[in-house]
Design a protein around this ligand. Structure first.
Ligand code: SF4
Length: 306
């Protein structure tokens, strides 16, 4: 079966089953095109909490699907490939957060949503790359335990007077680690008029070269509103596919053409179709963990307008 035929079958079946397909900006182009909602972590979390469908097919990684599940206790959330697990999320087990809390009893715990629900249940509030600074600055506490991404922690530190303690010390995304300041400097030489848009999971040396540091959805918005015609994009390549499709008159230069998240790319149209037919694998979060992780997520919605 070709991509077009399969896409049509998926859309028809989703309609018959009252199912919504949510996809992250890093998904394959053909999945982006069949999604009912396409966005970054914050947008997907917000959207999933508003859906009136009974079934959610989540084309993203584990922690994102967990967010959809814990925000929708009565609904079924399925993930097309269970192996789509974010390596950064697994760098922060709940016990590491518990230990840090004991060592810093006066600190607030702010966890990036790229964390498994079990660890997020230990947080005062969660954040995304789109609202991390806003969330931290909204808290009364002066000391913040922040994890798991040490580069996002660095970005927050540049925009707050609070003490930021990264947990773990060197948490990182292997995809954004691949971007190098030297490569971007060479691209800036080749495209001197281009705006440089950098995701805050990138190393500090790369962030320092940015005109704008932003989440994937903020990159899309900036490219729509900017007077510039060319953009150097330092994030996963899936977002470049979306930018090329939605803004065909602008030029998008990937900071690295093989900046690919292998875990995001595990989902395929075929797996989405099978997940819709079989309504599995189901993503489940134990209710005690879900209740606490949901409270941390809802607090993020309260303090964030981003
Ligand atoms: S791009 Fe990085 S943070 Fe995002 S899912 Fe892949 S490994 Fe995790």
């Amino acid at each position: 079966m070709g991509k077009k035929e399969l896409s049509e079958k998926i859309s028809k079946l989703a309609g018959e089953k009252n199912a919504a397909i949510l996809a992250h900006n890093y998904q394959r182009p053909e999945i982006q095109q069949i999604a009912d909602y396409l966005g970054d972590s914050l947008g997907l979390a917000r959207q999933s909490s508003k859906l009136d469908t009974e079934l959610i097919v989540f084309a993203g990684v584990d922690f994102m699907a967990e967010t959809a599940a814990l925000l929708n206790p009565g609904k079924k959330v399925v993930i097309p490939d269970l192996e789509a697990q974010c390596p950064m999320a697994s760098q922060l087990p709940a016990k590491t957060v518990q230990k840090a809390k004991k060592e810093h009893p006066d600190a607030a715990v702010v966890l990036y949503v790229n964390t498994l629900a079990e660890a997020r249940a230990e947080a005062n509030v969660t954040c995304t790359s789109a609202n991390s600074v806003q969330v931290v600055n909204a808290l009364a506490e002066d000391v913040i335990l922040f994890g798991p991404d040490s580069n996002l922690a660095w970005h927050v530190k540049q925009n707050t007077d609070k003490e930021i303690i990264p947990i773990p010390k060197n948490g990182h995304c292997y995809v954004h680690k691949m971007f190098s300041a030297t490569d971007i400097e060479l691209l800036i030489e080749d495209f001197p008029k281009a705006e440089v848009l950098v995701h805050p999971e990138s190393d500090p040396e790369v962030q320092k070269l940015a005109d704008y540091i932003c989440s994937t959805s903020q990159m899309l918005r900036r490219a729509q509103e900017s007077p510039a015609d060319e953009f150097i994009i330092a994030t996963e390549i899936g977002l470049v596919h979306r930018l090329n499709r939605e803004l065909p008159n602008r030029k998008f230069i990937p900071a690295l053409s093989d900046g690919i998240c292998q875990q995001m790319k595990l989902h395929t149209l075929d797996k989405i179709y099978r997940a819709l037919i079989n309504e599995e694998p189901v993503v489940e979060v134990p209710s005690d963990i879900a209740d606490r992780a949901r409270a941390a997520t809802e607090r993020m919605f309260e303090v964030s307008k981003g």
